[in-house]
Ligand binder design. Sequence first.
Ligand code: MOS
Length: 756
Amino acid sequence: MSTKYIGQPISRVDGRAKVTGQAKYAGEYNVPNLAYGVIVSSAIAKGRITNIDSTKALSLNGVLQVFTHKNAPRTAERDENYWDEVAPPGSPFRPLQNDKVMFSGQPVALVVAESFELAMYAASLVQVEYKIEQHVTDLDQVRNEAYVPRPREGIDPPAKPRGNPESALAGAPVKIEVEYSAPVEHHNPMEPYATTVLWEGDSKLIVYDKTQGSVNNHDYVCNVSGLSSDQVRLLSPYVGGAFGSGLRPQYQLVLAVMAALGLKRSVRVTLRRQQMFTLGHRPRTIQNVALGAATDGKLQALIHQAIAETSQYEDYSEPVVNWSGELYQCDNVKLGHKVVHLDFCTPCDMRAPGAVWGLYAIESAMDELAYKLRMDPLELRLKNYTERDLNNNKPFSSKELRECYRQGAERFGWSKRNPEPRSMRDDGSLIGWGFATGAWDAMHFPASAKAVLSADGKLMVGSATADIGTGTYTIMTQIAAETLGLPIEDVTFKLGDSTLPKAPVEGGSFTAASVGTAVKQVCDKVRGKLFRVAQTLPKSPFANAKLEDITFADGHMMLTSDPGRSVSIQEAMRHGGLSSIEESADAAPDEAKRSQYTLHTHSAIFAEVKVDEDLGTIDVARVVSAIAGGRILNPKTARSQIMGGIVWGIGMALEEESVVDHKFGRFMNHNLAEYHVPVNADVHDIDVIFVEEHDSIVNPLGVKGLGEIGIVGVAAAIGNAIFHATGVRVRDLPITLDKVLAGVAVPKREILAPAA
Ligand code: MOS
């Protein structure tokens, strides 16, 4: 037996519960006397509700109530009570609090009935009359009204300009000036949003909610309902995907709580797939990139400006452009990010928010520049490689990006690439090889954990974090088991419960670092206690030893220098008369250390596409992604994270787009039949490399987080490969076959602009 688990490819500890259906999700808690809520969504994008008639719905036997803005209890009046950990500046949306409609699909009523089917039917009978106002949902129409949004907490606004970017660009011998467009995307996790509120009497609630933050949503429920902290327990042990859509409390939560308190009984509210398109999205983003270079490829000017959308009521923004100023050595840089108000709900963080759009643009532009320079795109990156973050003038805590480039290129066979577009063919298809860089933050936030070691040697560790499919349960169990040298089967990790020690929302790729550090610390405390107890045993082999001299392994403490001299953990507890050891720890990042550095994960993505010249169909035949993400806690869950990101990147490049009907101001393809995501047939070879990277600055564990880096840069790599295959540069995502064919069809299309 070995109890070395960190770095091992341990299978998910929650896997069996999930595949056997024992893992229960928020909408699956059945209790006696449960009532069912169905949400009526607004049919217009903007205006006022002039009349809402629930008579017909209420006349049905078994319909309990129809909540509308007319009769719904007034929830908290002040903005700060609607605030959540992830809220952007502004005035958050409050369901059923007034007659105002701010986006299509906004909830305008909640029908509660004895059965789900009855509630569905009754909801169809609620008649809503509107006074329609003119909406604006087309970013292009109002892009001239773009403004600089109020900064979001934790997100750096674009760095100040450096050098003289405009004049440097004007004087550069080789330059490109291009515009890229990216559409709205929706998260579309398999599990729709759902909340089951268990009425425990006396205004005590147990809330099963789909969320990435049980503490965040617990506090939110208390604030909006006026209940005290101990009247609400919010649980979210399993989450069927979220990707950022569960960072903020979603509206079904407050509606379900409202109904349970109003009816004094248990209530469940689930969303339909269509309603999943009314919760926030990756914002449509237009980007202008101008690059100027010397004929040897050295960057002389870099200008990157983004315009994205926000709602009418909050200033949502993302870190889109900063990456461009950090990735490359360039003395003349200008970065900007603006937003415009549209009549949609506020956009919402989606896997690597900002970075996916920003890196799509800069890494496509670098590719375009490489062709203009007649230079290998990888060589161009190396030519402008930087060991310092010049936006902030700080060194990187670690940056093995060069190694990502090297190992990725070697695995992919990049050196065999013929640089000429349309030069590579296989079996009648055009073959294209493309390349891009990725980057994301290595964040770390305060988090707490507790541990209980029982006399039978079983360990429970808990923290109110989440596992949204990321592997949190597994890696935390590994850290705890290894720290105390216990068999992994004897360790249980608990999460998704607001009564557990506080943790931030699970997001930003910061959970492994933040919660992992807390788990390590609390287990170290238990270690200390066990050691001290072992020292008091009669004839203790550790009488003259220090804790540093001891190894915890295989359920024992032993002298590292003489493993034969050991004490079993259970024996120590028995002799010490301990029925359990309980500890808690509050872990915080070492800001003094971290603030001196820029802390990032990096990646290099190589993609091969096959394009059918007649049909324009595109297959992503191969992707190699080399990741520098610090220490890898579990290569199996880590690889899954990166693979998931790559698959999504394929979707981003070729398929995903929430299409807006601007006449009605709503998303038309609000279902999984018409909102295309990659399926098995779209996904071929995926190869993930973890480059060795040691980082003692980022946190004591040396982990950087992997939830997001996998998706960043993938769309650019694929777009670049499509250009290499076809000679067609499509600058608006997704790159669908019609856009490729339109490009191929143009006779004598300018493929290579002559180098100036
Ligand atoms: Mo992620 S967008 O921080 O869930």
